[in-house]
Design a protein around this ligand. Structure first.
Ligand SMILES: N[C@@H](CCC(=O)N[C@@H](CS)C(=O)NCC(=O)O)C(=O)O
Length: 229
């Protein structure tokens, strides 16, 4: 794939929302957050698959889009932004329809806290590359309990943070930023790491609600063009 041509195209300033391009990998939970948010905001976008299986993220062309060599990357005309948290804040400001952050500061801060816990204190500790390194250095039986204990530590905190605020979703009856981060992470915890959600009753309950949201369903890994079935 020619990532470079896109990076060059981004220097052209004449963009509209129809210029949105998302660099994504179907199984990436970080990409899933952005797909979910774009769907919630009703924004159409061009999907460009970056195959993490063949390490396409390491190509010089992709590196010119994101020097950290991770998906997701969103390109919006002249703007290139990577990192799901930054992308979410960018989308929120540029496309205020279907707000993902409430105006109430107390609630807003909790949304940011939940999103940040998922993206900084859970997902980086269970990344595939890290688990591979743990397996190679400490034995093949080590990665799974490592991942499970980090997921459970994070979910314990998240359960406490959402329990008294939750409604149909994490922090009320509207799908907001906390949900955009929680839904893919809970799905991955169950599907990839065998986490039993009974210890986290609020998270388990809201996950059942997520599964019925069309925008969440459409953003799921198996519905992406690069999904391997
Ligand atoms: N904090 C970043 C993390 C991005 C990230 O870890 N992406 C993973 C997929 S979920 C990736 O691209 N991994 C490729 C690699 O490890 O080389 C975000 O939220 O977007």
């Amino acid at each position: 794939m020619d990532f470079q041509s896109h990076a060059l195209k981004c220097s052209d300033d004449s963009s509209t929302s129809s210029d949105l391009v998302l660099y994504s990998f179907w199984r990436s939970s970080c990409s899933w957050r952005v797909r979910f948010a774009l769907n919630l905001k009703g924004l159409s976008y061009e999907y460009r698959a970056v195959n993490l299986g063949t390490r396409e993220q390491l190509s010089p062309d992709f590196e010119s889009l994101n020097p950290l060599k991770y998906v997701p990357v969103l390109v919006d005309g002249p703007v290139v932004v990577s990192d799901s948290y930054a992308i979410l804040l960018y989308l929120e400001e540029k496309y205020p329809q279907k707000a993902l952050l409430p105006t109430d500061l107390r609630l807003k801060s909790r949304h940011l806290q939940v999103a940040s816990i998922v993206s900084s204190s859970i997902q980086p500790l269970i990344m595939l590359e890290l688990l591979k390194t743990i397996g190679e250095n400490f034995g093949p039986e080590e990665p799974l309990p490592w991942a499970q204990s980090n997921l459970e530590k994070g979910f314990n905190a998240l359960e406490k943070l959402v329990k008294d605020f939750s409604g149909q979703y994490a922090l009320g009856d509207e799908v907001h930023m906390a949900d955009v981060f929680l839904a893919p992470q809970i799905s991955s915890a169950i599907e990839n790491f065998g986490i039993d959600m009974y210890k986290f009753p609020t998270l388990a309950r809201i996950y059942e609600s997520y599964k019925t949201i069309p925008e969440f369903q459409a953003s799921s890994p198996e519905r992406q063009p690069d999904a391997l079935h």
